[in-house]
Design a protein around this ligand. Structure first.
Ligand code: HEC
Ligand code: HEC
Length: 204
């Protein structure tokens, strides 16, 4: 009995340490409350950015470290989007960590999402992305965003932004530059259609 309890305790401590390392020091309950101002866009299935028109990204199940990095980039104006700049502006480090912990707490999508583009063609082209994003867009690398189940039109928009320099990232700039419009459409369709994908906040 004592050995059993001890083993449980050790397991708890080890799991706690791992979870702490991977998930940052956020409080998901506090994060849920802090997300209230974000819900009007990010917790409504099908909600789109007004101009240009594309779906606001799915955030449920995204890596917490990536969420924090994205919010800091909007806050600093490195990632340019007036609405997200305004929304990130007043957040402090703890707010970001709490929100990220809340967003990471969502379970992956039960079924793959339907897409418009050519998934088979995208699968072949996705070999260039697998080392960082995983073959199915679900790699467990904290600073590399999950792509599985992200909105198809958002993925297209982002790849175009890396190409044009509207969104700046040295790694993704190099990878996006050689892509043709057809490549972008195929890759977006492939990753958007992958199972166990991201969800709209509140969806599950
Ligand atoms: C008025 C609508 C709106 C509100 C409110 C809003 N967002 Fe956003 N959010 C967007 C749009 C549109 C984008 C995509 C912008 C772009 O193209 O970079 C975005 C992008 C993001 C991203 C980047 C996701 C990725 O995959 O890179 C994060 C993280 C995010 N929002 C978090 C938040 C948080 C946290 C709040 C509240 C504090 C919030 N948003 C409020 C519309 C909104
Ligand atoms: C060497 C590692 C690496 C490879 C290979 C790579 N990526 Fe990325 N990707 C990243 C990193 C790091 C980011 C985050 C950059 C940022 O913060 O803007 C990113 C971000 C993205 C995003 C933004 C997601 C979002 O939520 O906004 C998309 C889309 C994307 N990558 C698609 C691709 C595609 C398609 C390929 C293959 C053609 C690819 N990546 C290959 C490292 C990589």
């Amino acid at each position: 009995m004592i050995r059993f309890v001890l083993r449980q305790f050790v397991t708890l401590v080890v799991c706690g340490a791992l979870a702490g390392a991977a998930q940052a020091a956020g409080d998901p309950v506090a994060g849920k409350a802090k997300f209230a101002t974000c819900a009007g866009c990010h917790a409504i299935p099908g909600y789109t950015n007004a101009y240009p028109t594309y779906h606001v990204p799915r955030l449920g199940g995204q890596h917490p470290d990536y969420i924090v990095a994205a919010l800091k980039a909007y806050q600093a104006g490195e990632r340019r989007h007036p609405t997200m700049h305004a929304n990130a502006f007043s957040l402090n480090e703890q707010d970001m960590q709490d929100i990220a912990a809340y967003l990471a707490s969502f379970q992956p999508a039960a079924a793959p999402y339907p897409v418009r583009g050519d998934v088979a063609a995208g699968k072949i082209k996705s070999a260039a992305c697998a080392a960082c994003h995983g073959p199915d867009g679900n790699a467990n690398i904290p600073l590399y965003p999950r792509l599985a189940g992200q909105h198809e039109d958002y993925l297209r928009k982002v790849l175009q932004d890396y190409q044009s320099g509207a969104r700046q990232n040295a790694i993704m700039k190099g990878l996006a530059t050689p892509l043709s419009p057809q490549d972008i459409a195929d890759l977006a369709a492939y990753f958007a259609s992958q199972p166990k994908g991201l969800v709209v906040v509140g969806e599950n």
